[in-house]
Design a protein around this ligand. Sequence first.
Ligand code: AHR
Length: 323
Amino acid sequence: MRKRILAGMALLGSAALVVSGCSSGSDSGSASGDTITVGFAQTGSESGWRSANTESMKAAFSTDNGFDLVFNAADNDPAAQIAAVRSFINQGVDAIVIAPIVEDGWDDVLTEAKDAGIPVVLEDRTVTASEDLYATWVGLDFKLEGEKAGEWAAQTFTEPTKMVVLEGTTGSAPANDRAEGFDAAIAGTPIEKIDSQTGDFTRDGGKSVMEGFLQKYGVDGIDLVYAHNDDMALGAIEAIEAAGATPGEDIKIVSIDAVHDGMQALVDGKINYIVECNPLLGDKAADLVKKVLAGDAVDKRTIVEDQAFDQAAAEEALPDRKY
Ligand code: AHR
């Protein structure tokens, strides 16, 4: 494990040279002693997007790339995720990477990491805590994703339209921002949001919430589903088919992610439009960790651009899709 003091220096941007102060954690065992120990606090394994993100992170934070990765997936439990970060601090890792499940509640543990001289890099989701408490963030513009989905809906539905929403994890940045962006884009259109509930970004959650909507409003009472991710849209497809209706025709669906299964459903006509959310953030996150530990200046925010797909674009893109 690298000298803890280097992390502290990088955080403070200090030019002072201090060479003592080994962390109490064990060395990761590299012959050169240059291995960087990184604790990564992942949200869980709720979706196809998450699996692709975990794979990308593990590939980037590999031994070959000079890392010793301590991985934790918190099963979408914010308290468990904070406990994992605290454990990384106690282990004396060189840097911590977090994909925060929810936006709020991070001030205390981020302050503890800062006091311990361990830089924190956020990936994927954001937090409401002060920017001083973390080194940098790499992720997606969730609000813009919601806006793009809403713009498609606003252009597609020019007659009175009943819409239900499958929300992501309550309190998460993508659920908050995708709702905000979409609502702004459909303001003043004939689209009426008749119901909105969380499906927790999971296929099962999307299916059971959609079953409830279908029981309450009937197939004829719903024209459009806005799902905050593909997995919930895929669950909704199952519920719509079980109710004897045709997803993509009787009930249109717009979702976010563009993972392989979602794109296949778009090609098959079961989903009507998908806005991408790129999960391949590993290389950028690893690069940021190295730069922060080296004391290099980094941007506070790195936003990875997303595309959007209709059926024809999905057909063209699917064969080369990496996730
Ligand atoms: O934070 C990104 C979101 O988290 C993805 O859209 C969703 O699929 C995942 O679980």
